[in-house]
Structures are given as structure tokens and as C-alpha cells.
Design a protein around this ligand. Structure first.
Ligand SMILES: [Zn+2]
Ligand SMILES: [Zn+2]
Length: 316
């Protein structure tokens, strides 16, 4: 079978044996994969990763212990938790210190014809959900994580900084939840997607408002984002940090302390929270799909995903 291989920054496609299925695991046949910024960071060498990448996927169950799963179309949680530790017992397997992570930490990823995941990680998808939407379930869960962490009163104004893939998903999801979202970005074409979803957008050049919002999400992906977001928050406001920045971020903590700003770090989230929204027409996922490649053309797909202005690139 074909498998994408990443080593020393180079993406290649190899012929490898089909993986064996451990007990409790399902053997999954890839239908669609999404390339995300984390994959591009793995390629840039941030985590010393070598192997098969890929953690955003839709697959068909080829083999499983549970007969009811076979033939079903599924997406899956990417953290393989130990199920035994304190965190796992509290339902927080995403923080399990013993976890491996699909296509990121010590578990081969989804960008290959067949791969394995524990059955308990899988979520069966509706038959009428198009692949082009379903492939966004993992990043939409990451966007939903915000609402698992903070309870924002109904109808509140929320500022979202950044108009990359995650910024767009966050803005459209919060807008669909009934919040009044103001999104600040740099790319007119990307902001236009959110604008069509009803989000109030402000493009580059517009200077950012100061002390205006009780809720600010930083999804800029840049070291500058935290400072900018904290400056936009009102006293006693909350800043949700969705940018994973590599290396130290220089930030003046005095305004954060003086204004008693709450900082909330936020990573990936529960698929259950995102599933009711994955088919919602107000979240314009199709418009976020820039391109689609065959698995065998993964090197070209990764190059395309790294181009400026490109949103989601899908592998089929
Ligand atoms: Zn991702
Ligand atoms: Zn655990």
C-alpha cells in the first residue's frame, strides 16, 4: 500500500506493508485527509518527526473487533490515551501524559492507504455528510474547545484575531452559536468567507481597537498575537490563546496584570462538541478548501499547502 513519508523536511510516497491491527483497534482505509499547519511544522522540523504524518481524516472501517463498525465512515480523535491514569479517568485523555498522537507523536499518521486507531477514538459520520466537510471535524473540534473551557454569555461580542484556517473556523463557529463575532485579519479573500457567514470583518491596516472586548481569541499564529489580543481586552476580560508559537514570546505582562486579564491556553477538543456543527451551512467549510490531490501526489499537495493565501489542501 502507499504511505506518505516525512523525514528531514522531505515528503515522499513509499510502498509499505499494510499495518497489523492490534486488539481494540480498527483498521481504517483513508478516504480523505486534510493537511494542517501542524503537518507543515512537522515538515519544518519542529518536533524531530520522521514517519507518516496526518491527523485530519475521514476513513472507512475495514476491520474492527466490533462488527457494527465495519464499512462505516468515521473520523477519529487523534490522542491515543492510556485510559488508566488520573487524566484519563477524568475524561481528559487529551492530557494523558502517556498518550501517543496520530501522525504527530509515536503513532503512524493517516496519510496512508490503511492505518489503525483504537475503536474508542472513532466517531461514525452521517452518510450524507460530504467528505469535503467531514475532513474539517478535527480542526472544528479544536475551535469548539473554546466553548468547553470558558462560558461566554449568550449574544456577547467576541473578537477573533487572525484569518488562517483555525481563525476562520473559530469565527464562523462562534457566530453560528449566536455570538457577535468581529474578526481581524490580513487577507481580504479569507475574511470574505467569514463575512459571508455573518461575521463582521476588519481587514489589514485597520488599527486594532483598544480595551474593547470582554472576550478575545488569538488565532494569529504569530508571537505578536498575545500582546495584540491582551491590548484589545477590557479590564477583567479573557484572552483565549489558540496560536501555537515556537520559542519564547516576549510580552509585557504589566497591562495583563493591571487590567486583570485572564489568559486561557487552548488546544484540541472533543469531537462530540463539533459533530452537531459539522453539517451546519453557516460554517462555510467548502469555501475553505483550496485544493485536492491524490495520496500519490502528496509532495505536491504539501508544497501547495505551504503557499501563501492557501487554506485547506485535501488528500484523497
Ligand atoms: Zn491539524
Ligand atoms: Zn492516561
Amino acid at each position: 500500500m502507499l504511505a506518505v513519508h516525512l523525514e528531514n523536511g522531505v515528503i515522499s510516497v513509499r510502498e509499505v506493508p499494510r499495518p497489523a491491527r492490534p486488539e481494540g483497534f480498527a483498521l481504517l482505509r483513508l478516504l480523505a485527509g486534510g493537511i494542517c499547519n501542524t503537518d507543515l511544522e512537522l515538515q519544518r522540523g519542529y518536533y524531530g518527526f520522521a514517519g507518516t504524518p496526518g491527523h485530519e481524516f475521514v476513513a472507512e472501517v475495514a476491520e474492527a473487533d466490533s462488527p457494527g463498525l465495519i464499512g462505516k465512515r468515521v473520523a477519529g480523535e487523534i490522542n491515543l490515551a492510556c485510559t488508566q491514569c488520573d487524566w484519563c479517568r477524568r475524561g481528559l485523555g487529551r492530557h494523558c501524559p502517556n498518550r501517543t498522537v496520530l501522525g504527530i507523536v509515536r503513532h503512524p499518521g493517516a496519510f496512508e492507504e490503511f492505518f489503525t486507531l483504537p475503536e474508542r477514538n472513532l466517531h461514525v459520520l452521517d452518510d450524507d455528510l460530504p467528505l469535503e466537510r467531514a475532513v474539517f471535524l478535527e480542526p472544528l473540534a479544536a475551535a469548539s474547545e473554546i466553548l468547553d473551557q470558558v462560558s461566554i454569555p449568550a449574544g456577547e461580542r467576541v473578537a477573533v484575531l487572525g484569518d488562517g484556517k483555525l481563525g476562520l473556523l473559530i469565527a464562523m463557529l462562534l457566530q453560528a452559536h449566536g455570538y457577535r463575532v468581529h474578526q481581524f485579519g490580513r487577507h481580504a479573500g479569507k475574511l470574505a468567507i467569514a463575512a459571508r457567514a455573518g461575521v463582521a470583518v476588519e481587514s489589514a491596516g485597520a488599527s486594532l481597537p483598544v480595551a474593547e472586548y470582554d472576550w478575545v481569541v488569538d488565532a494569529t499564529g504569530s508571537p505578536e498575537g498575545l500582546r495584540a489580543a491582551a491590548a484589545m481586552a477590557r479590564p477583567r476580560g479573557t484572552v483565549i490563546l489558540k496560536s501555537t508559537v515556537h520559542g519564547a514570546v516576549g510580552v509585557d505582562t504589566a497591562p495583563i496584570i493591571v487590567n486583570e486579564i485572564t489568559l486561557v491556553g487552548s488546544r484540541c477538543g472533543r469531537f462530540e462538541a463539533a459533530l452537531p456543527w459539522i453539517g451546519h451551512p453557516a460554517i462555510r467549510l467548502e469555501e475553505m478548501l483550496s485544493d485536492c490531490y491524490r495520496l500519490a501526489d502528496a509532495p505536491a499537495a504539501f508544497a501547495r499547502a505551504a503557499e501563501r493565501g492557501v487554506l485547506k489542501v485535501m488528500l484523497k
